[in-house]
Design a binder for this molecule. Structure first.
Ligand code: ADP
Ligand code: MG
Length: 584
């Protein structure tokens, strides 16, 4: 990979980093195999630093020196208490430590230096906050090639950029410490934020705290009076139980020897837990309504709803959002990885590593050439992924023919005349007996939709090349729809005409052939055999007048069968002549 660009979700609670590798966006895991890193920094009294999970492990013993949620302070004037909480460092410097750790993990995984990044920020971040994020990146030794909105990254991750112009997406993001709901609209290929509403003091942490204090109260403790290291234990256990209740109906909250002597244990059911959570969930839904109102949209005018942020793993949250928007949410991506993956996709698009995916397209209509009898011979069927290549060998229909005209067609109809002509080319070839010339025709459609038609006289190797720019793929949806529906409408008559044409071509070939065969070998046949052949010939001639496709097809097959024995005898005779001549 030459100079890759990484994608980074610099979250309030958790962060992640990814890169596009061989066309696939993927998040990079640290030495413990974890793709998600807590946005936490511990600064020791001697100035030493621990980042991520290691920093969180210091919460019990040295909680006061563990900095979390620094994102809330980015690009703001700090008051004295806030300044103190950072031990003399600026929010940018703390964020730079987190970014530096992500960079280290990526460099270790990829085995090469990382210089460039795309970083996400909340849609509501103002310019100062965006600048501060950029500075944090620079402090970490990264050139921030782009800052993108978190909801946009989430929408990219879900592939919603493919929805088309004017489509609208609601992104519901409930993380550890913040909530926001953004409504995006695709305008000229990029997402515009129509509205965003949220609460910067609402998230999973509040739920943990609610459960921890409720449990401590049950144990008869006064939360306010608890020392910091004990509070942390109650909160850590509360978060574990909360997460467990997202997938199971019941979980035991257990803190053995929480104060060194006493133990606490209580069962919590999902039902109870959902009741506790209701007020928080209701607050987020109120924001959804406000955002819809701001954007002057009704829930049914939203084309897709996606859930991101770890807290949307909670079933009750998902249910409430689905009810609010009246539609099922797309949950195909990991809610806590979607933003980082989207940033990675954006980074891949910027570096060119994701080019293939963006350009991947299909042929809207079939491509082929006209063959004998005015039939459409499809070489590349409709909906084939491009780039692609296909070809066939054709032969001359008439003895002594000197050239073949290749008409390149597009469309779904059986007869050439009902399809569109994209171009034509004459291929000269050595005059030969009927069916002796060999002309290879190959269609090559590249990723830009340019169709190259290569026609080659196989005996001389002489090529003719016809290049058709763009027209093969650039067809309006309307015209495609029209062509497809016409082909369905005329399916029966088209098919009948094809069967008729094919049978007629076969009959016109077979009748003179039978004539010739009879003149050579009629004396080898019994009276009965001769009569069968005569009857079959008459039948074919008759059917040719009748214009009935299936009857002609049958008659031709019958004649073919009736003359099988004669054909075999003629071949045998010819062989005898040849070997006899050699032998004597
Ligand atoms: P942020 O965007 O704030 O950095 P995340 O999107 O990573 O945060 O979300 C972190 C939050 O998600 C935490 O509060 C965590 O407890 C919560 N969370 C993670 N998994 C689950 C789960 N299975 N059930 C409920 N909450 C969860
Ligand atoms: Mg987040």
């Amino acid at each position: 990979m030459n100079d890759p660009i990484v994608g980074i979700d610099l979250g309030t609670t958790n962060s992640a980093i990814g890169v596009v590798d061989s066309g696939f966006p993927l998040l990079l895991a640290d030495e413990e195999g974890k793709r998600i890193m807590p946005s936490a920094v511990w600064i020791g009294e001697d100035g030493s630093v621990e980042i991520g999970r290691k920093a969180l492990r210091r919460r019990g013993a040295d909680g006061a020196r563990v900095i979390t949620s620094v994102k809330r302070l980015m690009g703001r004037e700090l008051d004295t208490r806030e300044k103190q909480s950072l031990f003399g460092k600026s929010p940018e410097e703390i964020s730079a430590l987190i970014l530096g750790e992500l960079k280290r993990v990526a460099e270790w995984r990829l085995g090469q230096p990382i210089r460039k990044a795309v970083i996400t920020v909340p849609a509501y971040f103002h310019d100062g906050q965006r600048q501060a994020t950029k500075r944090a990146g620079e402090l970490a030794g990264l050139e921030v090639v782009r800052i993108i909105n978190e909801p946009t990254a989430a929408a990219l991750c879900y592939g919603l950029d493919q929805l088309g112009e004017r489509s609208r997406v609601a992104v519901y993001d409930l993380g550890g410490g913040t909530f926001d709901l953004s409504i995006l609209e695709m305008q000229e290929g990029v997402f515009q934020v129509l509205a965003t509403h949220g609460d910067t003091r609402l998230g999973g942490d509040d739920l943990d705290l609610a459960m921890a204090t409720a449990m401590a109260r049950r144990a008869g403790l006064d939360w306010q009076a608890l020392p910091q290291e004990q509070r942390v234990r109650w909160q850590v256990e509360a978060e574990r139980v909360k997460c467990a209740l997202s997938s199971s109906e019941r979980e035991t909250f257990a803190l053995p020897f929480y104060d060194g002597v006493n133990s606490f244990s209580a069962d919590v059911t999902r039902e109870q837990w959902q009741e506790w959570m209701q007020p928080w969930i209701a607050k987020t839904i109120a924001c959804c309504h406000k955002a819809l109102n701001d954007a002057q949209l009704l829930p049914q005018e939203i084309n897709a709803v996606v859930l991101v942020g770890g807290s949307t793993r909670i079933p009750a949250v998902r249910a409430a959002v689905e009810q609010c928007f009246g539609r099922v949410a797309d949950v195909s991506q990991h809610p806590d990885e979607a933003i980082a993956l989207g940033a990675t996709i954006q980074a891949g698009m910027l570096s060119g590593a994701m080019k293939q995916m963006v350009l991947l397209d299909v042929t809207p209509l079939s491509l082929g050439i006209e063959t004998l009898g005015g039939l459409m011979n499809v070489l590349i069927p409709r909906n084939t992924t491009i780039p692609c290549k296909a070809g066939e060998t054709f032969t001359n229909a008439v003895a002594g023919q000197k050239a073949m005209r290749i008409r390149v067609l597009q469309g779904e109809r059986e007869m050439a005349r009902d399809n569109w002509e994209l171009g034509q080319v004459d291929v000269p070839f050595e005059p030969a007996a009927k069916g002796q010339a060999r002309i290879g025709v190959q269609f090559r459609l590249d990723e830009n939709g340019i169709l190259e038609v290569l026609a080659r006289d196989v005996s001389t190797g002489i090529d003719r090349i016809l290049v058709i720019e763009n027209s093969a793929v650039d067809v309006s949806d309307e015209k495609v729809g029209q062509m497809v529906s016409e082909s369905v409408e005329h399916a029966f008559e088209d098919m009948a005409e094809r069967v008729w044409t094919e049978a007629k071509l076969k009959a016109e070939e077979l009748l003179p052939a039978v004539e010739g065969a009879l003149s050579i070998g009629s004396e080898w046949l019994s009276e009965e055999e001769l009569q069968t052949i005569e009857a079959a010939r008459a039948d074919v001639r008759h059917a040719l007048e009748g214009k009935e496709a299936h009857r002609l097809k049958q008659a031709v097959q019958e004649l073919d069968r009736a003359t099988e024995a004669l054909a075999a005898k003629i071949v045998e005779y010819a062989m005898e002549q040849a070997t006899g001549g050699l032998g004597s």
